[in-house]
Design a protein around this ligand. Structure first.
Ligand SMILES: [Zn+2]
Length: 474
């Protein structure tokens, strides 16, 4: 019998005993209802790591759980960025499946960490795996045998810092990847490199966690008018300078984006996921988005593969009884968004949106929405993503190779051989555009001398040439 049910039975016996002979049938039913709801409520307020994790496998007891390191259970409090990083660093020390790198600092000085998670055998030849993976998208890629190559999955959480279920799910997810035992996880890690970006927006996450925790009551209050659910301006959505970083994947103007784009181009992941939250009354969304709002440059096969990946999310969410939807509400159009940017880079970008509890527990049109429930859905989607990646491995690798091969053919057929751009008055404007292109590994040369093309003058020092080929090779 489950603990809440035991609690309900115990409360029922206690209350009916106290009422003695005065207990009528009607009153008994009322007391029973009260007991069940009280027991359920207690459960919502209490979380246990097992609530999130698959239960049919064993876990390595030498790997510390989040609670053992940060002092509270996943979902009990909103994890602050420093605690999140402390746990990830601890896991990297304890697990030979995980390595960690610090890619810089946010404006508030927080580290921008990235975890690389794969089997210990793959870790020992990681540079070789990366080199082969990158070669797949180059002109000699046809020679490579994709059946022998790991698939690369990049998973990022809470780019909007006040959409916290993703980053908090990262605690349980990283624990799972480090501690899960058995042939299934071992085979998965043998055939996959997971790049885990536990917090896309460290400053925003910290700002929001501070607000939600500061206003948490000892007895949780789900009333939506509670102060906890009304974060003060400017809120945790943005980074330090209030910039929405889910618009910056293309312009790459912020330190967080610059670190991320560098990792992206260093690995060219086959799947990239972007875990968000939406309004409290919604359920759970995963891409594909609205079919009419997909960017026309995104290949059709990309959307078909996104749809195939989606079947894994649907199956996993069905298993835990969570509601979800797809192909509605959300676009896949602007390449400056995390879930769309990969689609024009031979990768599959996937957006997740979870109905937000905002704080720890909140009333919604669908009933009480708890923070742990939102975390569990994100955890489940993270796991179904790697299951899809594992099962679709060669299909995804072949798709990526074909994508770049098609781009090369298209470029070869084109009458255009290069693009020249510049600004005769403002050299710095042209320089900044060239810099953005270089961040995206697009080859850019300075113009060798003054020239006139189709009646327009381009000055040396103010102009650049972009050859009509895809990208530089490191
Ligand atoms: Zn968002």
């Amino acid at each position: 019998m489950k603990r809440p049910l035991l609690r309900a039975v115990f409360l029922f016996i206690l209350l009916t005993f106290k009422c003695k002979q005065r207990t009528t049938m009607k009153r008994s039913i009322l007391i029973l209802g009260l007991c069940i709801s009280l027991a359920g409520y207690t459960q919502e307020n209490q979380t246990d790591l097992s609530y999130y994790l698959p239960q049919n496998i064993s876990y390595d007891s030498s790997i510390p759980t989040p609670k053992e390191v940060i002092g509270h259970e996943v979902g009990e409090w909103h994890v602050t960025h420093d605690k999140l990083m402390f746990y990830m660093q601890t896991l990297a020390k304890e697990s030979d499946r995980i390595s960690i790198e610090n890619r810089g600092a946010t404006f508030e000085g927080r580290p921008i960490l990235l975890l690389t998670i794969t089997s210990p055998a793959n870790h020992s030849r990681l540079e070789e795996i990366k080199k082969d993976h990158m070669a797949l998208s180059e002109s000699g890629g046809a020679q490579l045998d994709t059946s022998q190559m790991p698939v690369v999955v990049y998973q990022g959480f809470s780019i909007h810092g006040n959409e916290p279920s993703g980053a908090n799910a990262g605690l349980a997810y990283a624990y799972y990847l480090a501690a899960a035992q058995g042939s299934e996880i071992e085979s998965m890690l043998d055939n996959m490199v997971i790049l885990m970006d536990p917090s896309f927006n460290p400053d925003g996450l910290q700002r929001f966690a501070y607000w939600a925790n500061m206003n948490k009551s000892i007895h949780l209050n789900p009333d939506k008018n509670e102060r906890e659910y009304h974060e003060v301006w400017p809120g945790g959505r943005t980074n330090h300078y209030w910039f929405d970083m889910n618009r910056d994947w293309l312009p790459v103007q912020l330190p967080e984006s610059r670190a991320r784009i560098k990792s992206f181009h260093a690995w060219l992941p086959n799947i990239l996921t972007d875990h968000h939250e939406m309004g409290t009354n919604s359920t759970f969304f995963f891409q594909p988005g609205e079919p009419t709002r997909v960017h026309p440059l995104t290949p059709k096969l990309n959307q078909e593969l996104t749809r195939e990946v989606a079947t894994y999310h649907a199956k996993a969410l069905d298993k835990i009884g969570s509601l979800y939807y797809s192909e509605e509400n959300y676009d896949d159009y602007y390449y400056g968004k995390g879930s769309t940017f990969p689609d024009v880079n031979g990768s599959i970008g996937i957006l997740f949106e979870q109905g937000s509890s905002r704080g720890h527990i909140q009333e919604s049109e669908n009933g009480i929405l708890t923070f742990p429930f939102t975390i569990r859905n994100q955890f489940t989607a993270a796991l179904s993503t790697i299951e899809a990646g594992y099962n679709m491995r060669t299909k995804l690798l072949d798709f990526q190779r074909q994508y770049f091969s098609d781009m090369r053919s298209e470029a070869a057929r084109s009458k255009t051989k290069a693009i020249v751009f510049g600004d005769s008055k403002d050299a710095s404007k042209a320089w900044h555009l060239a810099e953005i292109m270089e961040r995206h590994k697009i080859r850019v040369h300075e113009l060798a001398g003054n020239t006139t093309i189709q009646g327009k003058q381009f000055k040396k020092g103010n102009s650049y040439v972009v050859p009509w080929i895809r990208r530089t090779i490191d």
